[in-house]
Ligand binder design. Structure first.
Ligand code: NDP
Length: 459
C-alpha cells in the first residue's frame, strides 16, 4: 500500500516533549529525506507558548543531516506551531482548521492527557480519513485498554487507529518474518519437538536518565515486556500468515498472543522484579534507584522484570519463553535466543564440550548468529563449538520513520490492533496483581552488575 501523493498533515500533540524531539521528528526527517512520504504539512501543538522560530529550530535540529533534503526542507519551511490545550475541543478545532489534506493526529502526550484529548475529539468534526496515532502505554490494564479502545472506535474506525510499537519498525524485528518464513532451514525446527527454551532479553546500560516522571509510574514490566517484548514473542511464535496483508498478518500474531499465558500460572514461580542500587556503570557512579530525583520509593517500581510464559499451541506447548528487561545492567544484551534440545544421541567416540545449538537474533547490534557443534579443525574426534554470524547494518529508516510510513500509507501492518493491546495486558495481569499484593518481593541488584540472582534465564 502506498500513499497516492496527495497532501497530508501530521499534527503532533505534545510537540515540545521528549518523544517528539528524540524519536518522532528524527524518524520523520529520515522518511522525508528518503522521498517516501506524501507532501507533508507538519503542525506542532503544546501548552508551551513557543514562537514559530523556536519550533522550527526544534524541527531542524531533530531532522539533522536530513534537513536539506528536498522534501524535508519543504516541510521544514512550512511547519507551524500552535500553543493549545489539546484537552479542549475549541483548541482542537483551531488546530485542525490549519491542516491540509488527510490528517494524522499523533498523541505525543502523557497517557492521561491523551485520554482527555480523545474525549474532547468526540465534540469535533474531524476531516474525512483522519488517523489517530497513539503511543505506549496503551492503557494500564486489559479493562482500561478496552475502554480506551471503545472511546477511540467512536472517533475513527480501527483501520485508522495506529497504536505504535516502534519495535515493530525495527528492521531486525521484522527480519524474524524473513528468517522464519522465507527459508526451509529453520522453520521445521521451531517447535516443542526441537526447541528447549526461548529467551527474549532487552537489558540496557541506560539507567533512569532523568525520566522518573514517566518511568517511575510504569516500570520495566509495562515499559518493555507488556509492549515491545510481547510483540517480538508474537512474531517468533505465530503461524505463517498467507501474506503480509495487514489483516492476515495481524490475525496470525493475535492468535499466538491469545494462546500465551504465565508459565504454571503462579507469579511467585514465574516472575522476578528487581531494582538497581548504587553502583558503577562504565565511568558513571549511579545512585540507588530510589534516591534518583522524582522517584517515589513507596511505589516499589521495578527497573528489571522477568517472566516466564507458555504459548499453549500445538507447536509450542511445553517450551518456556523467558522475557526479561532491565536498566543499568552492565552486560547490555538485546536479543532473542532460541535454544535447541540436545541431539538424541552423540556417537561414542566423539568427545568434547557439549554446547546447545542456539539461534540468536540480535536487536542491537543487529545480527543473526547460529551456534552449533562440529568435529572441526585439530583432532577430528574432538568436538568444537562454532558460530556462524551475519551482521546487519541498521535498516534504511529508523523505527519511527518506518512506523510513520505505515501511518501515511494507511497501512496498519506495524501497529498494534486493539484486541492485541488488550491481550498483552491480559498476559501480564496475573503478575502485576501478585506484585501489587506483595506476593513477589522486590529484590535488588547493584547498577553495573548483570542483574539479580535468581534469574530464570538460561544463557
Ligand atoms: P513529555 O512529558 O516529555 O511530553 C509531553 C508533551 O505533552 C509536552 O510537550 C507537554 O507540554 C504536552 N502536553 C501536556 N499536556 C498538554 C495539554 N493539555 N495540551 C497540549 N500539550 C500538552 O512526554 P514524552 O514525550 O516523553 O512522552 C509522550 C508519550 O510518548 C507518552 O505516552 C510516553 O509514554 C510515550 N513514549 C515516550 C518515549 C520517550 O522516549 N520519551 C518512548 C516511547 C513512548 P508542556 O510541557 O508544555 O505541558
Amino acid at each position: 500500500m502506498t500513499n497516492d501523493g496527495s497532501a497530508q498533515t501530521l499534527l503532533i500533540l505534545g510537540a515540545s516533549g521528549d518523544l517528539t524531539a528524540r524519536l518522532l521528528l528524527p524518524g520523520l526527517g529520515a522518511l522525508l529525506a528518503a522521498g517516501d512520504a506524501p507532501p507533508l504539512t507538519l503542525l506542532g501543538a503544546g501548552t508551551d507558548a513557543w514562537d514559530e522560530d523556536r519550533w522550527r529550530q526544534r524541527v531542524s535540529d531533530a531532522f539533522g543531516e536530513h534537513r536539506d533534503a528536498e522534501q524535508a526542507a519543504r516541510t521544514l519551511a512550512s511547519t507551524r506551531y500552535h500553543s493549545a490545550d489539546v484537552t479542549k475541543a475549541e483548541d482542537l478545532r483551531r488546530l485542525l482548521a490549519d491542516a491540509d489534506g488527510t490528517v494524522s493526529i499523533f498523541f505525543a502526550l502523557p497517557p492521561a492527557v491523551t485520554g482527555k484529548a480523545c474525549e474532547a475529539l468526540l465534540d469535533v468534526d474531524l476531516p474525512e480519513g483522519t488517523r489517530l496515532v497513539l503511543e505506549k502505554p496503551f492503557g494500564t490494564s486489559a479493562s482500561s485498554a478496552a475502554s480506551l479502545n471503545r472511546l477511540l472506535n467512536r472517533i475513527a474506525p480501527e483501520e485508522r487507529i495506529h497504536r505504535i510499537d516502534h519495535f515493530l519498525g525495527k528492521s531486525t524485528v521484522l527480519n524474524i518474518l524473513g528468517l522464519r518464513f522465507a527459508n526451509r532451514i529453520f522453520e521445521p525446527l521451531l517447535s516443542s519437538e526441537h526447541v528447549e527454551s526461548v529467551d527474549i532479553v532487552f537489558d540496557e546500560a541506560l539507567a533512569l536518565e532523568g525520566r522518573a516522571g514517566y518511568y517511575d509510574k510504569a516500570g520495566a514490566l509495562a515499559d518493555m515486556i507488556q509492549s515491545h517484548l510481547l510483540q517480538i514473542l508474537g512474531l517468533l511464535t505465530m503461524e505463517a500468515p498467507q501474506s503480509l496483508e495487514p489483516g492476515e498478518f495481524r490475525d496470525a500474531k493475535a492468535q499466538a498472543l491469545r494462546a500465551t499465558r504465565l508459565w504454571g500460572g503462579d507469579a511467585k514461580e514465574s516472575s522476578l522484579r528487581a531494582r538497581y542500587t548504587a553502583g558503577k556503570l562504565g565511568d558513571r557512579q549511579l545512585p540507588d534507584y530510589v534516591a534518583e530525583e522524582g522517584v517515589d520509593p513507596s511505589r516499589e517500581t521495578e527497573t528489571l522484570a522477568e517472566l516466564v510464559l507458555a504459548v499453549d499451541t500445538w507447536r509450542w506447548a511445553g517450551v518456556p519463553f523467558r522475557l526479561r528487561s532491565g536498566k543499568a545492567v552492565a552486560n547490555s544484551r538485546k536479543e532473542a535466543v532460541i535454544t535447541f534440545k540436545e541431539p538424541q544421541r552423540i556417537p561414542d567416540g566423539l568427545n568434547g564440550p557439549e554446547r546447545p545449538n542456539r539461534l540468536r537474533i540480535g536487536f542491537g547490534p543487529d545480527c543473526l548468529a547460529l551456534d552449533f557443534t562440529i568435529n572441526g579443525p585439530g583432532d577430528p574426534f574432538e568436538l568444537d563449538p562454532i558460530t556462524l554470524q551475519a551482521d546487519f547494518g541498521p535498516g534504511d529508516l529508523p523505527a519511527y520513520g518506518e512506523v510513520l510510513r505505515g501511518v501515511f500509507d494507511d497501512d496498519p501492518l506495524l501497529s498494534v490492533r486493539g484486541d492485541v493491546a488488550e491481550q498483552c495486558w491480559r498476559i501480564v495481569e496475573p503478575v502485576t496483581k501478585a506484585w501489587h499484593a506483595g506476593e513477589v518481593p522486590i529484590v535488588e541488584y547493584p547498577a553495573g552488575s548483570d542483574g539479580p540472582d535468581g534469574s530464570h534465564l538460561d544463557v
